[in-house]
Design a protein around this ligand. Structure first.
Ligand SMILES: [Fe+2]
Ligand SMILES: [Fe+2]
Length: 346
């Protein structure tokens, strides 16, 4: 919302607050201004008018579409920060901006990884969004999870910066082709899955100097597999860039949940394909941070009560849970442990 002097009013602007003259309503909130309205306001001596600006709509659009994965559990970052990243990414991912000024991508990458440099006690409660915005959320979530993994590994800033840039742009091929496969780790022969790699490669191959060769290579090879059975190049083990091997953990975890699975299923998927699709080392780092029961896992305790996992506890199998409004540490001290994992709504 912004205050505009009467001489700057233009047809098409939307009035953001009722306009009164001596307690008579001249124009009501929400009116799309026409020439005659502007003349009327001038004739009544109205000096300033509150109108909506583009940011109001952008903010509203983002607010409507972003939702936290699990209510009643603290979010991975403050909602405001996440929205800022989301908005920033919407701008950054535009290829013309990227070609013009790739420094915006660097600064978003830095903003995200700096937030997680010393992350202890991770509560992996991510935001998701729907429709056109869903890919933005997935890209940011991939960057967040990769930051959390990298924060445990004492990596130089240049590595972190490249890692985050690769995470943010890894699926940009889907934007370029206008179609998306949400979970793209199983059917890698699918035409859309193959196309998102090819289109990204075609777009970025001449931008290596601007975005960084390592980043462009990571985007083009992010569906290689640790056992050498991936897309196109069939790279194996350490021949796959560590940027890719870290990125894949966050990518697969987030998109598996986005495709309708639980966090527990997503962790189980990573463990099951450790050494096949994923580098076992990075799976183990992620596992050591999140535990067997990631944030949001719905469980039944040995006392028969339902609970939701908040975060990892002292060991991988004894998380901190939320049960009937209380935060409880499972384990020997409390005598509480997880009897079974249930699906949401069971
Ligand atoms: Fe992908
Ligand atoms: Fe992805």
């Amino acid at each position: 919302m912004k205050k505009v002097p009467f001489y700057e009013l233009k047809p098409g602007q939307v009035v953001a607050e009722d306009i009164f003259k001596d307690s008579t309503l001249l124009i009501s909130k929400g009116t799309v201004l026409k020439n005659k309205d502007i003349i009327r306001l001038r004739n009544h001596g109205i000096k300033n008018v509150e109108v909506y600006d583009e940011n109001d709509f952008l903010e509203k659009k983002i607010e409507e579409k972003i939702s936290i994965e699990f209510d009643n559990i603290p979010a991975i970052v403050e909602e405001e920060t996440y929205k800022e990243w989301h908005e920033h990414f919407e701008f950054v991912k535009d290829i013309t901006h990227l070609k013009d000024d790739p420094s915006e991508l660097d600064s978003l990458a830095e903003d995200i990884y700096k937030k997680f440099l010393k992350s202890e006690d991770v509560i992996l409660n991510l935001f998701h969004s729907l429709g056109d915005e869903a890919l933005n959320a997935h890209s940011i979530n991939t960057a967040i999870i990769s930051s959390i993994i990298a924060s445990k590994l004492d990596m130089p800033d240049i590595f972190l910066n490249n890692l985050l840039k690769a995470c943010l742009l890894h699926d940009i091929g889907y934007s370029l082709i206008g179609k998306r496969v949400v979970f793209d780790y199983i059917d890698i022969e699918d035409v859309t899955v193959r196309s998102h790699i090819v289109s990204a490669y075609e777009t970025f191959k001449d931008m290596q100097k601007k975005i960084g060769k390592e980043v462009v290579d990571a985007i083009s090879t992010h569906h290689e597999r640790f056992d050498g059975t991936g897309i196109f190049m069939r790279l194996k083990e350490n021949d796959i860039s560590p940027l890719v091997r870290i990125l894949q953990i966050g990518d697969a975890y987030d998109s598996f949940i986005e495709a309708g699975n639980t966090p527990y299923d997503a962790m189980s998927f990573l463990l099951r394909y450790s050494g096949l699709i994923f580098d076992p080392y990075y799976v183990s780092v992620f596992f050591s941070i999140v535990g067997l029961y990631p944030t949001g896992t719905q469980v039944i305790l040995n006392n028969g009560k339902k609970a939701t996992v908040v975060k990892k506890g002292k060991t991988s199998s004894f998380p901190v849970v939320e049960c009937e409004g209380n935060t409880i540490e499972t384990g020997i001290d409390t005598g509480l442990f997880i009897r079974e994992v249930i699906k949401e709504g069971e």
